[in-house]
Design a protein. Structure first.
Length: 320
């Protein structure tokens, strides 16, 4: 067999093997997408209720009670507080107090830990670089909390101030995995590492589309629930048991946790969808390439057969 035909056969076999790998990766991503989508839909209901309850209380100015009863925090005691379980009145009141001057902005950025996910990571990074430029124009220091190694590595290489990084989030994240991130983000805010915090991530719309989102997490000063609903709850009086402090010191930390966990869960769902789409595209490209190479191989064979027939006919005519 001529070297060209043998090379084509080897290349076709190699491409087919690659196609098996990309198809397997597509199926794995589809399985993970199914899991995170189910969890995301269920959690969104809880998250919406927490947000709606807090926003109604804010509209009715119940939260102002905490602002009026603001308790200063002893900085020496901050590191001793268990943020995952205990939020005192002083801590919660600081979370709903807007600072007079914003010198530094924190961005909790959620990316993936690997490649082969299409434009998922690059889209987040591109949008973040635009936000960082805007912060520089406003003369605000940028502090980055990076969830995902792709974003962390990129930001560090570009000399951005990465104050926290976490690359241990699983493909189907649990609530417990997010608690250390929440406690660290709140602790840094209370310590004055930044004066406001935004959560930046990719929102999953469907398997083919997603959208970049930026949500303000701290301070909790304004939660948009719509003008009509806000007006409807503004003049309502609430009966709160056991008391306002007990309810708000439970509800506000729940809101902080749910915001970050919901964002991470949403981002992971978008990542799996992007990975599944990318691997499907790669598999389709493999099929197209195999078809093209097979056509090329058949033509090469035809040319070889034609040449052989021509040589035989020429030899037979020469003997006459």
């Amino acid at each position: 067999m001529p070297a060209s035909l043998l090379a084509l056969k080897k290349k076709i076999a190699s491409v087919k093997q690659t196609g098996k790998i990309t198809e397997a990766m597509r199926m794995v991503s589809a399985s993970k997408l199914n899991q995170t989508e189910k969890r995301d839909k269920g959690y969104t209901i809880y998250n919406d209720h927490v947000r709606q309850t807090l926003s109604r209380l804010m509209s009715a100015e119940v939260v102002n009670h905490l602002r009026k009863e603001h308790v200063a925090i002893d900085e020496d005691s901050i590191g001793k507080i268990d943020y995952e379980n205990v939020f005192g009145l002083g801590i919660v009141s600081d979370m709903v107090q807007a600072r007079k001057k914003i010198n530094s902005t924190g961005y909790l950025v959620i990316t993936g830990d690997r490649g082969l996910v299409g434009s998922y990571n690059s889209a987040v990074i591109k949008n973040m670089m635009g936000l960082f430029e805007d912060s520089k124009v406003e003369h605000k220091d940028v502090k980055v909390l990076a969830v995902g190694s792709v974003g962390a590595d990129f930001f560090k290489k570009n000399n951005l101030n990465v104050v926290y990084e976490n690359d241990s989030i699983s493909d189907v994240p649990t609530f417990d995995e997010v608690l250390p991130i929440v406690s660290t983000a709140i602790k840094m805010y209370l310590n004055g590492v930044y004066d406001e915090l935004y959560v930046c991530y990719t929102h999953h719309i469907n398997s083919l589309s997603s959208a970049f989102r930026v949500e303000k997490m701290l301070p909790i000063v304004d939660i948009d629930i719509g003008v009509k609903e806000a007006e409807a709850h503004k003049d309502l009086e609430y009966d709160i048991e056991p008391d306002v402090n007990a309810v708000l010191t439970t509800l506000i930390p729940q809101y902080a946790r749910s915001t970050i966990y919901g964002a991470i869960l949403d981002a992971k769902t978008a990542e799996h969808a992007s990975s599944m789409t990318a691997m499907q595209s790669a598999t389709d490209n493999v099929d197209d390439l195999v078809s093209s190479l097979t056509t090329k191989l058949n033509r090469a064979r035809q040319a070889e057969i034609t040449t052989e027939i021509t040589e035989i006919v020429s030899g037979a005519n020469a003997l006459k």
